[in-house]
Design a protein around this ligand. Structure first.
Ligand SMILES: [Zn+2]
Ligand SMILES: [Zn+2]
Length: 117
């Protein structure tokens, strides 16, 4: 830990070079998501502006309305945290995408400041 870098460059680089090493470590909703890169051994704290669940027609029928995107992500993190991976990362456009490999849910995020420890 120690030094904190306020830049999205590090997580963008991790995603570009070794996306599979980037894992969700902790939910700190609604404010932040904490990621860990096992390759660089860096922790990235990503501020969350909006979190939405991308729902296919089939899924919408299956799951029905009710739970919010953050509740769904909380469910996933509680049940199978390691199944959640980063599928898209664009710090220039402040966008990020997550995927749960277990339930095949896709999450879209608008992100704010990123801190790397
Ligand atoms: Zn890395
Ligand atoms: Zn899941």
């Amino acid at each position: 830990m120690g030094q904190v870098y306020k830049s999205g460059a590090f997580i963008q680089q991790c995603f570009a070079v070794h996306p599979l090493c980037l894992t969700l470590k902790k939910l700190d909703l609604p404010a932040r998501l904490i990621f860990h890169c096992s390759s660089c051994n860096l922790v990235h704290a990503v501020a969350v502006r909006t979190l939405s669940l991308r729902v296919s027609v089939m899924r919408a029928v299956e799951e029905g309305p009710g739970r919010s995107a953050s509740e769904r992500l909380t469910d996933c993190a509680g049940a199978h945290l390691t199944a959640i991976g980063v599928r898209a990362m664009d710090v220039v456009r402040d966008q990020m995408g997550l995927r749960c490999a277990d339930c095949r849910r896709l999450f879209d995020l608008e992100i704010g400041a990123i801190e790397t420890h």
